[in-house]
Design a binder for this molecule. Structure first.
Ligand code: HEM
Ligand code: HEM
Length: 179
């Protein structure tokens, strides 16, 4: 069936809005903003939570009752929403964060994030998630999850995260949150 964002909105209002915001712009930094995220990426993550491939107890509970059509519909709804631009809370590390995002760290073979996630952090539909205006706390948590490889497995991101220092993760996350 074709994705139906209006049907997705019904589920979002009842279930997801409490944490992710009715328009997909979340408030708490543990809950990712989903507004403007690529639909296919959202759908894939929901399927991964349901299968237990991406491990998170809250999202396992949320994704389990959703059918494939529900997932497609909520994904279409969230991706049609506008992400609210935000300002980085901690501007002290913007220089380092910008350097990592746009040029990586050649000494430790960290690639530029921009190469895949785009100069403005909008990613690429069907391939790379949007990162711009995401909460810094969530970004750091995901980089650590990729690095540990237990709750979230992705070879590309694991290879990158394991080369990054805690300071680099924090700095690039702050930069991303202000993109
Ligand atoms: C993560 C969708 C309900 C808390 C996510 C992600 C998606 C999603 C797609 C991954 C985002 C990404 O990778 O950028 C939904 C949908 C919901 C829902 C469609 C309703 C059916 C909730 C609720 C809560 C919640 C009610 C809070 C009680 C979280 C948290 C994460 C997350 C904490 C991060 C998980 C992690 O660290 O891996 N959600 N969500 N979600 N969601 Fe939800
Ligand atoms: C996912 C950060 C470089 C490919 C992610 C996520 C974050 C992130 C935070 C999770 C997004 C979410 O949960 O909403 C970064 C940073 C980078 C970087 C800080 C630079 C240091 C790259 C590069 C590539 C790439 C260079 C491509 C070669 C991907 C892919 C995913 C992803 C494919 C989705 C993984 C999945 O499906 O679970 N990245 N990234 N990233 N990134 Fe990166």
């Amino acid at each position: 069936a074709k994705a139906d964002p209006a049907k997705g909105k019904v589920i979002v209002d009842q279930v997801c809005a409490a944490c992710h915001g009715a328009d997909g712009n979340s408030v708490a930094s543990a809950n990712p903003t989903l507004a403007g995220q690529h639909a296919k990426y959202i759908e894939n993550q929901l399927a991964a939570f349901k299968k237990g491939e991406r491990k998170n107890p809250i999202m396992l509970g949320m994704a389990t009752p959703l059918s494939a059509d529900d997932m497609r519909n909520v994904a279409a709804y969230f991706s049609s929403q506008k992400v609210k631009p935000r300002e980085a809370a901690d501007k002290s590390q913007m220089a380092l964060g910008k350097k990592i995002f746009t040029a990586g760290n050649p000494a430790t073979k960290v690639p530029a994030c921009m190469a895949c996630h785009g100069p403005a952090g909008r990613g690429l539909p069907d391939q790379y998630p949007a990162l711009g205006s995401q909460h810094a706390g969530y970004v750091v948590a995901q980089l650590n999850a990729f690095k540990a490889g237990a709750d979230r497995k992705n070879q590309t991101m694991a290879d990158i995260a394991m080369r990054m220092s805690d300071a680099e993760m924090k700095a690039v996350a702050e930069y991303i949150s202000g993109l």
